[in-house]
Design a protein around this ligand. Structure first.
Ligand SMILES: Cc1cc2nc3c(=O)[nH]c(=O)nc-3n(C[C@H](O)[C@H](O)[C@H](O)COP(=O)(O)O)c2cc1C
Length: 393
């Protein structure tokens, strides 16, 4: 596959009533640049550059459905109507430049009340109150198990609490729609609240929300049902899972296949296949790293649950991404760190798939004319330089 015009990566993807311009997705990335959960100029420019950069789907970072579900004070959130307007400013810009805006709804559970990475990434303590007026708050989870030594002891959510949390997800999904997002994702991965129910390493409940697979998946599935209820039929729902815990006795790939079947039967359109996070950060190494290290999870879930999947994790260039799609191992390719490094990753992937491409049709109109002139000139000057080297040899 060398021609981007024939590539799968650059073919539009239809999901329910939505047509996405290509198969490249900017994965959700917390940037801790907010205040009070509000999207601001940072989010507009940071996310806006990915729309200019050609991605099909642009995810805003994990956004908290409840104030206490934030990871840090800098997280984005959508726990009140005040959050809608600033987010709508971002979605409007993304759509104007051809990208599909996507929201990742999240609740961090026992992983809440922590410092931003550059303040140490540990739990908040009195020192943070003194330094930045950022006091710790009470965290919640499936059970009062500690996340790690010396972490906050979470409050185990009662059945009444769970009903309230579910309503917070419903209200957040409604606000997400009002803010102009076209894809909604329920974050069930990386050791956050939903994963704290799914994983047998964390969930030690003895009521109907714990125990066997049916008990541990009950609460996440109830949340997904309320989200699907308020999300329009013509728009897709994604669910991000940790395909494996990567630890003995943990959630495994067979569990993920079984869960994906349950998701599909509840109207989930895409399973976003990540991994790990039960203990430590989302990027902690529970699974050995190699290029495309999570693609085998996506491949197996796609095949055995017969559901569309998104592959993510060390997918670094256009040819690698194209190959994953050609092999039938995923339907969408998500990139995170590569996009931080190169916000124009999608445009550069297109050129890597087709080195002869002269046109800049997929680039912003405002750049196109100049870049096409530049392309012609650089090629001409390179050819002339080659001729003169040959002559003088
Ligand atoms: C700065 C940063 C923030 C992240 N925040 C989130 C997040 O909000 N939600 C999430 O599901 N994953 C988050 N992740 C994980 C990424 O979405 C992605 O799954 C992971 O980085 C692997 O992809 P990559 O190899 O392309 O970076 C984050 C990763 C990075 C680097």
């Amino acid at each position: 596959m060398s021609n981007s015009s024939q590539s799968l990566l650059f073919s539009p993807l239809k999901l329910r009533g939505l047509t996405i311009r290509n198969r490249i997705c900017i994965s959700p990335m917390c940037t801790y640049g907010g205040h009070g959960g509000m999207a601001n100029d940072w989010h507009l420019v940071h996310l806006g550059q990915y729309a200019l950069g050609g991605a099909g789907i642009v995810f805003i970072e994990a956004s908290a459905v409840e104030e206490r579900g934030r990871i840090t004070y800098g997280d984005a959130g959508i726990w009140s109507d005040e959050h809608i307007e600033p987010m709508a400013r971002v979605t409007k810009f993304l759509k104007q430049f051809g990208a599909t805006p996507a929201m990742q709804l999240a609740h961090a559970g026992r992983k809440s009340s922590t410092q931003r990475p550059w303040h140490g990434m540990g739990i908040l303590s009195d020192a943070d109150t003194k330094a930045r007026n950022e006091a710790p708050w009470e965290t919640v989870s499936s059970t009062p198990e500690l996340m790690d030594e010396n972490w906050h002891v979470p409050h185990a959510l009662t059945v009444d609490d769970l009903n309230e949390v579910k309503e917070a997800w419903r209200a957040a999904a409604e606000r997400t729609l009002n803010a102009g997002f076209e894809i909604i994702e329920v974050h069930c991965a990386h050791g956050y609240l939903m994963h704290q129910f799914l994983s047998p390493l964390i969930n030690k409940r003895t009521d109907q929300y714990g125990g066997d697979f049916a008990g541990r998946t009950r609460f996440p599935l109830e949340v997904i049902e309320v989200v699907r209820e308020v999300w329009p039929d013509d728009l897709p729902v994604f669910v991000r899972i940790s395909s494996v815990d990567g630890m003995e006795e943990g959630w495994n790939l067979d569990d993920s296949v079984a869960f994906a079947k349950e998701l599909k039967s509840r109207g989930v359109d895409v399973v976003d296949c990540s991994s790990g996070g039960v203990v430590g950060s989302a990027t902690a190494r529970a699974v050995p790293r190699h290029l495309g290290f999570q693609v085998p999870f996506s491949e197996r879930i796609r095949r055995d649950a017969d559901v569309q999947t998104m592959a993510v994790g060390l997918i670094v260039d256009g040819p690698q991404a194209e190959q994953i799609l050609q092999d039938g191992h995923a339907d969408i390719i998500a990139v995170a760190r590569e996009a931080l490094y190169d916000p124009y990753w999608a445009h550069h992937a297109e050129r890597a798939l087709n080195p002869d491409l002269m046109s800049y049709d997929n680039w912003p109109m405002e750049y196109r004319w100049w870049l096409e002139k530049r392309e012609g000139l650089v090629r001409k000057l390179r050819a002339e330089a080659e001729v003169s080297v040959k002559k003088s040899a």
